[in-house]
Design a protein around this ligand. Sequence first.
Ligand SMILES: Cc1ncc(COP(=O)(O)O)c(C=O)c1O
Length: 393
Amino acid sequence: MTTTSPVYLDNAATTKLDPAVLEAMLPLMTEQFGNPSSIHSHGRQVRTAIEKARKTVASLLNTSPAEIFFTSGGTEADNTAIRSSIDTFGLTHAITSPLEHHAVLHTLQHLAQAGTIRLSMVDIDEQGHIDLNHLEKLLREHRIAGGPSARSLVSLMHGNNEIANLLPIERVGELCRAYDAIFHSDTVQTMGHFRHDLQTLPVDFIVGAGHKFHGPKGVGFLYVNADTKIHPFIYGGAQERNMRGGTENVYGIVGLAKALEIAYAEMDQHKQHITSLKRRMIERLREGLPGVSFNGDSANIDSSLYTVLNVSLPASELNDMLLFNLDIARISASGGSACSSGSNVGSHVLAALPGIDASRGYVRFSFGKYNTTAEIDYAVDTLVGLYQKELTL
Ligand SMILES: Cc1ncc(COP(=O)(O)O)c(C=O)c1O
Protein backbone atom coordinates (compact mmCIF):
# COMPACT_ATOMS: atom_id res chain seq x y z
CA MET A 1 0.00 0.00 0.00
CA THR A 2 1.32 3.47 -0.89
CA THR A 3 0.73 6.76 0.90
CA THR A 4 -1.48 7.84 -2.01
CA SER A 5 -4.34 5.69 -0.72
CA PRO A 6 -5.87 7.36 2.31
CA VAL A 7 -6.68 5.01 5.17
CA TYR A 8 -9.76 5.74 7.23
CA LEU A 9 -9.55 4.33 10.74
CA ASP A 10 -11.95 6.71 12.47
CA ASN A 11 -15.23 4.81 12.15
CA ALA A 12 -16.33 5.67 15.68
CA ALA A 13 -16.42 9.33 14.58
CA THR A 14 -18.44 8.54 11.48
CA THR A 15 -18.73 5.94 8.75
CA LYS A 16 -18.82 5.98 4.97
CA LEU A 17 -22.30 5.94 3.47
CA ASP A 18 -23.23 2.54 2.03
CA PRO A 19 -24.11 2.97 -1.70
CA ALA A 20 -27.30 0.93 -1.16
CA VAL A 21 -28.34 3.50 1.45
CA LEU A 22 -27.79 6.35 -0.97
CA GLU A 23 -29.89 4.51 -3.53
CA ALA A 24 -32.75 4.20 -1.05
CA MET A 25 -32.50 7.91 -0.21
CA LEU A 26 -32.35 9.31 -3.76
CA PRO A 27 -36.09 9.14 -4.62
CA LEU A 28 -36.84 11.17 -1.48
CA MET A 29 -34.33 13.80 -2.65
CA THR A 30 -35.83 13.99 -6.14
CA GLU A 31 -39.37 12.96 -7.16
CA GLN A 32 -40.78 12.26 -3.70
CA PHE A 33 -40.45 15.81 -2.38
CA GLY A 34 -43.81 16.35 -0.65
CA ASN A 35 -44.11 17.51 2.94
CA PRO A 36 -45.12 14.43 4.96
CA SER A 37 -47.58 16.55 6.95
CA SER A 38 -49.52 17.47 3.78
CA ILE A 39 -52.66 15.47 3.23
CA HIS A 40 -52.44 15.43 -0.58
CA SER A 41 -50.86 12.57 -2.52
CA HIS A 42 -47.37 14.15 -2.63
CA GLY A 43 -47.40 14.37 1.17
CA ARG A 44 -48.98 10.97 1.74
CA GLN A 45 -46.33 9.28 -0.38
CA VAL A 46 -43.56 10.65 1.84
CA ARG A 47 -45.51 9.97 5.05
CA THR A 48 -45.73 6.34 3.95
CA ALA A 49 -41.95 6.21 3.49
CA ILE A 50 -41.37 7.58 7.01
CA GLU A 51 -43.78 5.13 8.61
CA LYS A 52 -42.22 2.26 6.69
CA ALA A 53 -38.80 3.33 8.02
CA ARG A 54 -40.18 3.50 11.57
CA LYS A 55 -41.58 -0.02 11.22
CA THR A 56 -38.22 -1.30 9.95
CA VAL A 57 -36.30 0.20 12.89
CA ALA A 58 -38.91 -1.04 15.39
CA SER A 59 -38.97 -4.56 14.02
CA LEU A 60 -35.14 -4.83 14.03
CA LEU A 61 -35.13 -3.77 17.69
CA ASN A 62 -38.12 -6.03 18.44
CA THR A 63 -40.39 -3.26 19.63
CA SER A 64 -43.41 -1.28 18.52
CA PRO A 65 -43.20 1.58 15.95
CA ALA A 66 -45.06 3.77 18.49
CA GLU A 67 -41.90 3.73 20.63
CA ILE A 68 -39.51 5.03 17.92
CA PHE A 69 -39.06 8.79 17.41
CA PHE A 70 -36.77 10.20 14.73
CA THR A 71 -34.39 13.00 15.71
CA SER A 72 -31.52 15.00 14.21
CA GLY A 73 -28.98 12.55 15.62
CA GLY A 74 -27.58 10.98 18.75
CA THR A 75 -27.08 14.28 20.57
CA GLU A 76 -30.71 15.33 20.22
CA ALA A 77 -31.93 11.86 21.21
CA ASP A 78 -29.74 11.94 24.35
CA ASN A 79 -30.89 15.49 25.19
CA THR A 80 -34.53 14.51 24.74
CA ALA A 81 -34.26 11.45 26.98
CA ILE A 82 -32.46 13.35 29.73
CA ARG A 83 -34.16 16.74 29.68
CA SER A 84 -37.68 15.52 28.99
CA SER A 85 -37.63 12.76 31.61
CA ILE A 86 -36.31 15.17 34.26
CA ASP A 87 -38.97 17.68 33.24
CA THR A 88 -41.86 15.21 32.94
CA PHE A 89 -41.24 13.29 36.16
CA GLY A 90 -39.85 16.20 38.20
CA LEU A 91 -36.63 14.26 38.86
CA THR A 92 -34.14 15.92 41.19
CA HIS A 93 -31.31 13.39 41.06
CA ALA A 94 -29.29 11.89 38.21
CA ILE A 95 -26.45 9.41 38.16
CA THR A 96 -23.91 9.18 35.36
CA SER A 97 -20.20 8.44 34.84
CA PRO A 98 -17.26 10.64 33.84
CA LEU A 99 -16.78 8.45 30.75
CA GLU A 100 -19.99 9.50 28.98
CA HIS A 101 -20.12 11.34 25.68
CA HIS A 102 -20.50 15.12 26.00
CA ALA A 103 -24.05 14.82 24.63
CA VAL A 104 -24.89 13.29 28.03
CA LEU A 105 -22.26 14.79 30.31
CA HIS A 106 -22.66 18.44 29.30
CA THR A 107 -26.46 18.16 29.38
CA LEU A 108 -26.46 16.79 32.92
CA GLN A 109 -23.75 19.18 34.10
CA HIS A 110 -25.76 22.11 32.80
CA LEU A 111 -28.88 20.93 34.66
CA ALA A 112 -26.84 20.46 37.83
CA GLN A 113 -25.30 23.94 37.53
CA ALA A 114 -28.77 25.43 37.00
CA GLY A 115 -29.89 23.76 40.25
CA THR A 116 -32.49 21.53 38.54
CA ILE A 117 -30.84 18.28 39.65
CA ARG A 118 -28.19 16.95 41.96
CA LEU A 119 -25.67 14.99 39.89
CA SER A 120 -23.86 11.92 41.24
CA MET A 121 -20.87 10.36 39.51
CA VAL A 122 -20.62 6.60 39.82
CA ASP A 123 -17.17 5.24 40.70
CA ILE A 124 -15.09 3.56 38.01
CA ASP A 125 -12.07 1.28 38.33
CA GLU A 126 -8.65 1.56 36.63
CA GLN A 127 -10.01 -0.01 33.44
CA GLY A 128 -13.07 2.24 33.40
CA HIS A 129 -15.59 -0.38 34.57
CA ILE A 130 -18.64 0.97 36.36
CA ASP A 131 -18.78 0.04 40.06
CA LEU A 132 -22.25 -1.53 40.29
CA ASN A 133 -22.14 -1.63 44.10
CA HIS A 134 -21.58 2.11 44.13
CA LEU A 135 -24.39 2.60 41.62
CA GLU A 136 -26.74 0.67 43.91
CA LYS A 137 -25.56 2.70 46.92
CA LEU A 138 -26.34 5.96 45.09
CA LEU A 139 -29.80 4.69 44.09
CA ARG A 140 -30.53 3.48 47.63
CA GLU A 141 -29.34 6.70 49.28
CA HIS A 142 -31.60 8.84 47.10
CA ARG A 143 -34.59 6.69 48.11
CA ILE A 144 -33.71 6.87 51.79
CA ALA A 145 -33.28 10.66 51.60
CA GLY A 146 -36.31 11.37 49.41
CA GLY A 147 -38.78 8.66 50.43
CA PRO A 148 -40.18 5.70 48.48
CA SER A 149 -41.42 7.86 45.60
CA ALA A 150 -37.99 9.48 44.99
CA ARG A 151 -36.76 8.40 41.56
CA SER A 152 -33.32 8.87 40.02
CA LEU A 153 -32.33 9.14 36.38
CA VAL A 154 -29.45 6.84 35.46
CA SER A 155 -27.60 7.63 32.23
CA LEU A 156 -24.81 5.19 31.35
CA MET A 157 -23.55 4.45 27.87
CA HIS A 158 -23.62 0.95 26.41
CA GLY A 159 -20.36 1.07 24.43
CA ASN A 160 -17.67 3.63 25.13
CA ASN A 161 -16.55 5.45 21.97
CA GLU A 162 -12.95 5.92 23.21
CA ILE A 163 -11.96 2.91 25.32
CA ALA A 164 -14.51 0.37 24.00
CA ASN A 165 -15.84 -0.70 27.41
CA LEU A 166 -19.24 -2.40 27.32
CA LEU A 167 -21.76 -1.75 30.08
CA PRO A 168 -23.54 -4.80 31.53
CA ILE A 169 -26.70 -3.08 30.32
CA GLU A 170 -29.16 -5.79 31.49
CA ARG A 171 -27.78 -5.76 35.05
CA VAL A 172 -27.83 -1.98 35.22
CA GLY A 173 -31.38 -1.99 33.86
CA GLU A 174 -32.51 -4.52 36.47
CA LEU A 175 -30.89 -2.47 39.23
CA CYS A 176 -32.72 0.62 37.96
CA ARG A 177 -36.03 -1.29 37.92
CA ALA A 178 -35.42 -2.44 41.51
CA TYR A 179 -35.10 1.20 42.62
CA ASP A 180 -37.79 2.54 40.25
CA ALA A 181 -35.13 4.65 38.50
CA ILE A 182 -35.43 5.86 34.90
CA PHE A 183 -32.68 4.28 32.77
CA HIS A 184 -31.25 5.93 29.66
CA SER A 185 -28.41 4.23 27.85
CA ASP A 186 -26.50 6.00 25.08
CA THR A 187 -26.31 3.17 22.56
CA VAL A 188 -24.94 5.30 19.71
CA GLN A 189 -21.77 3.20 19.37
CA THR A 190 -23.41 -0.21 19.70
CA MET A 191 -26.43 0.44 17.45
CA GLY A 192 -25.99 -1.51 14.23
CA HIS A 193 -23.02 -3.42 15.69
CA PHE A 194 -24.80 -5.34 18.47
CA ARG A 195 -28.40 -6.60 18.61
CA HIS A 196 -30.79 -4.85 20.96
CA ASP A 197 -33.93 -6.78 21.88
CA LEU A 198 -36.30 -4.28 23.45
CA GLN A 199 -38.77 -6.99 24.46
CA THR A 200 -36.32 -8.13 27.10
CA LEU A 201 -33.93 -5.20 27.66
CA PRO A 202 -34.95 -3.31 30.83
CA VAL A 203 -34.43 0.26 29.56
CA ASP A 204 -36.55 3.38 29.30
CA PHE A 205 -34.53 5.03 26.53
CA ILE A 206 -31.92 3.99 24.00
CA VAL A 207 -30.67 5.95 20.98
CA GLY A 208 -29.18 5.60 17.53
CA ALA A 209 -27.35 7.83 15.04
CA GLY A 210 -27.46 6.90 11.33
CA HIS A 211 -23.91 7.97 10.52
CA LYS A 212 -22.33 5.45 12.91
CA PHE A 213 -23.57 2.47 10.88
CA HIS A 214 -23.03 3.59 7.26
CA GLY A 215 -26.16 5.71 7.14
CA PRO A 216 -26.54 9.46 6.67
CA LYS A 217 -25.48 12.21 9.09
CA GLY A 218 -27.93 14.50 10.84
CA VAL A 219 -30.50 11.82 11.62
CA GLY A 220 -31.02 9.55 14.59
CA PHE A 221 -33.74 8.11 16.73
CA LEU A 222 -34.87 7.75 20.30
CA TYR A 223 -36.61 4.67 21.68
CA VAL A 224 -39.05 5.65 24.42
CA ASN A 225 -40.50 2.78 26.44
CA ALA A 226 -44.32 2.96 26.18
CA ASP A 227 -44.53 2.98 29.99
CA THR A 228 -42.30 6.09 30.20
CA LYS A 229 -44.34 8.79 28.51
CA ILE A 230 -42.42 12.07 28.30
CA HIS A 231 -43.08 15.64 27.16
CA PRO A 232 -41.46 16.77 23.90
CA PHE A 233 -38.01 18.34 23.93
CA ILE A 234 -38.56 20.33 20.73
CA TYR A 235 -41.96 22.02 20.58
CA GLY A 236 -43.55 22.92 17.27
CA GLY A 237 -45.81 21.10 14.86
CA ALA A 238 -47.47 17.75 15.34
CA GLN A 239 -44.65 15.76 13.71
CA GLU A 240 -43.49 12.52 15.35
CA ARG A 241 -46.91 12.22 17.02
CA ASN A 242 -46.48 15.57 18.77
CA MET A 243 -43.15 14.51 20.26
CA ARG A 244 -40.72 16.37 18.03
CA GLY A 245 -41.77 19.46 16.08
CA GLY A 246 -40.16 20.23 12.72
CA THR A 247 -40.48 18.94 9.16
CA GLU A 248 -38.86 15.53 9.10
CA ASN A 249 -35.48 14.79 7.52
CA VAL A 250 -37.24 12.34 5.23
CA TYR A 251 -34.27 11.12 3.18
CA GLY A 252 -32.24 10.85 6.37
CA ILE A 253 -34.94 8.75 8.04
CA VAL A 254 -35.30 6.45 5.02
CA GLY A 255 -31.49 6.15 4.80
CA LEU A 256 -31.14 5.39 8.52
CA ALA A 257 -33.69 2.57 8.31
CA LYS A 258 -32.00 1.09 5.24
CA ALA A 259 -28.57 1.32 6.92
CA LEU A 260 -29.84 -0.40 10.07
CA GLU A 261 -31.48 -3.11 7.97
CA ILE A 262 -28.16 -3.79 6.19
CA ALA A 263 -26.24 -3.64 9.48
CA TYR A 264 -28.52 -6.28 11.02
CA ALA A 265 -28.47 -8.51 7.93
CA GLU A 266 -24.67 -8.44 7.73
CA MET A 267 -23.81 -8.08 11.41
CA ASP A 268 -22.23 -11.48 12.06
CA GLN A 269 -20.08 -11.27 8.95
CA HIS A 270 -18.94 -7.69 9.70
CA LYS A 271 -18.27 -8.47 13.34
CA GLN A 272 -16.03 -11.35 12.32
CA HIS A 273 -14.18 -9.25 9.74
CA ILE A 274 -13.70 -6.23 12.02
CA THR A 275 -12.66 -8.39 14.98
CA SER A 276 -10.00 -10.07 12.86
CA LEU A 277 -8.63 -6.65 11.84
CA LYS A 278 -8.52 -5.52 15.46
CA ARG A 279 -6.85 -8.75 16.57
CA ARG A 280 -4.23 -8.33 13.82
CA MET A 281 -3.48 -4.76 14.85
CA ILE A 282 -3.11 -5.73 18.53
CA GLU A 283 -0.82 -8.68 17.74
CA ARG A 284 1.34 -6.77 15.27
CA LEU A 285 1.70 -3.76 17.57
CA ARG A 286 2.68 -6.03 20.47
CA GLU A 287 5.34 -7.61 18.26
CA GLY A 288 6.67 -4.39 16.78
CA LEU A 289 6.40 -1.82 19.54
CA PRO A 290 7.84 -2.77 22.94
CA GLY A 291 5.99 -0.99 25.72
CA VAL A 292 2.75 -0.62 23.80
CA SER A 293 -0.44 -1.15 25.80
CA PHE A 294 -4.16 -0.63 25.30
CA ASN A 295 -6.60 1.44 27.28
CA GLY A 296 -9.83 0.30 28.90
CA ASP A 297 -11.21 -2.97 27.61
CA SER A 298 -10.37 -2.15 24.02
CA ALA A 299 -7.87 -5.03 23.59
CA ASN A 300 -10.21 -7.61 25.14
CA ILE A 301 -11.35 -9.19 21.92
CA ASP A 302 -14.36 -11.01 23.37
CA SER A 303 -15.67 -8.35 25.71
CA SER A 304 -15.34 -4.94 24.11
CA LEU A 305 -16.87 -2.71 21.49
CA TYR A 306 -15.14 -4.56 18.64
CA THR A 307 -14.94 -1.48 16.43
CA VAL A 308 -12.58 0.47 18.74
CA LEU A 309 -8.93 0.07 19.80
CA ASN A 310 -7.30 2.65 22.08
CA VAL A 311 -3.51 2.38 21.79
CA SER A 312 -1.20 3.67 24.51
CA LEU A 313 2.37 4.44 23.39
CA PRO A 314 5.51 4.81 25.50
CA ALA A 315 6.59 8.30 26.59
CA SER A 316 8.23 10.04 23.65
CA GLU A 317 8.68 13.47 22.10
CA LEU A 318 6.76 12.07 19.14
CA ASN A 319 3.56 11.76 21.11
CA ASP A 320 2.48 15.40 20.70
CA MET A 321 2.75 15.08 16.91
CA LEU A 322 1.32 11.58 16.65
CA LEU A 323 -1.98 12.37 14.90
CA PHE A 324 -0.26 14.93 12.70
CA ASN A 325 2.33 12.37 11.61
CA LEU A 326 -0.36 9.77 10.94
CA ASP A 327 -2.27 12.36 8.91
CA ILE A 328 0.87 13.11 6.87
CA ALA A 329 1.01 9.38 6.16
CA ARG A 330 -2.67 9.67 5.07
CA ILE A 331 -4.03 7.72 8.01
CA SER A 332 -7.11 9.23 9.63
CA ALA A 333 -7.33 8.28 13.29
CA SER A 334 -8.46 10.09 16.35
CA GLY A 335 -6.84 11.61 19.40
CA GLY A 336 -6.95 10.31 22.86
CA SER A 337 -4.50 12.47 24.73
CA ALA A 338 -4.88 12.58 28.48
CA CYS A 339 -3.19 15.97 28.46
CA SER A 340 -5.57 18.87 28.76
CA SER A 341 -3.18 21.79 28.61
CA GLY A 342 -2.39 24.22 25.79
CA SER A 343 -4.02 23.69 22.44
CA ASN A 344 -4.46 19.98 23.04
CA VAL A 345 -7.91 19.76 24.61
CA GLY A 346 -7.39 16.07 25.33
CA SER A 347 -9.79 13.30 26.13
CA HIS A 348 -12.03 13.66 29.15
CA VAL A 349 -12.47 9.88 29.08
CA LEU A 350 -8.76 9.08 29.40
CA ALA A 351 -8.29 11.91 31.89
CA ALA A 352 -11.00 10.34 34.08
CA LEU A 353 -9.33 6.91 34.16
CA PRO A 354 -7.55 6.53 37.48
CA GLY A 355 -3.83 5.97 36.99
CA ILE A 356 -3.59 7.19 33.41
CA ASP A 357 -0.05 8.30 32.52
CA ALA A 358 -0.19 11.65 30.68
CA SER A 359 3.39 11.24 29.40
CA ARG A 360 2.30 8.38 27.16
CA GLY A 361 0.86 8.84 23.68
CA TYR A 362 -2.68 7.80 22.89
CA VAL A 363 -4.40 7.12 19.61
CA ARG A 364 -7.82 5.65 18.90
CA PHE A 365 -8.22 3.50 15.83
CA SER A 366 -11.78 2.55 14.98
CA PHE A 367 -12.67 0.05 12.33
CA GLY A 368 -15.50 -0.52 9.90
CA LYS A 369 -16.72 -2.99 7.31
CA TYR A 370 -14.81 -1.31 4.48
CA ASN A 371 -11.38 -1.60 6.15
CA THR A 372 -8.89 -4.15 4.83
CA THR A 373 -5.98 -6.15 6.22
CA ALA A 374 -3.61 -4.15 4.00
CA GLU A 375 -4.81 -0.94 5.65
CA ILE A 376 -4.22 -2.36 9.12
CA ASP A 377 -0.72 -3.46 8.12
CA TYR A 378 0.04 -0.05 6.67
CA ALA A 379 -1.13 1.70 9.86
CA VAL A 380 0.93 -0.64 12.06
CA ASP A 381 4.04 -0.28 9.86
CA THR A 382 3.67 3.51 9.91
CA LEU A 383 3.29 3.63 13.69
CA VAL A 384 6.20 1.25 14.27
CA GLY A 385 8.31 3.20 11.77
CA LEU A 386 7.61 6.48 13.58
CA TYR A 387 8.67 5.13 16.95
CA GLN A 388 11.46 2.85 15.74
CA LYS A 389 14.32 5.35 15.98
CA GLU A 390 13.03 6.88 19.18
CA LEU A 391 12.79 3.56 20.94
CA THR A 392 15.95 2.17 19.27
CA LEU A 393 14.26 -1.15 18.58
C1 LIG B 1 -21.42 7.65 22.36
C2 LIG B 1 -21.94 8.78 21.52
N1 LIG B 1 -23.04 9.44 21.90
C3 LIG B 1 -23.54 10.45 21.18
C4 LIG B 1 -22.95 10.87 20.02
C5 LIG B 1 -23.54 12.00 19.25
O1 LIG B 1 -24.16 11.58 18.08
P1 LIG B 1 -24.46 12.62 16.90
O2 LIG B 1 -23.14 12.98 16.30
O3 LIG B 1 -25.33 11.86 15.95
O4 LIG B 1 -25.18 13.78 17.48
C6 LIG B 1 -21.78 10.22 19.59
C7 LIG B 1 -21.07 10.66 18.36
O5 LIG B 1 -19.88 10.85 18.35
C8 LIG B 1 -21.26 9.15 20.35
O6 LIG B 1 -20.16 8.50 19.98
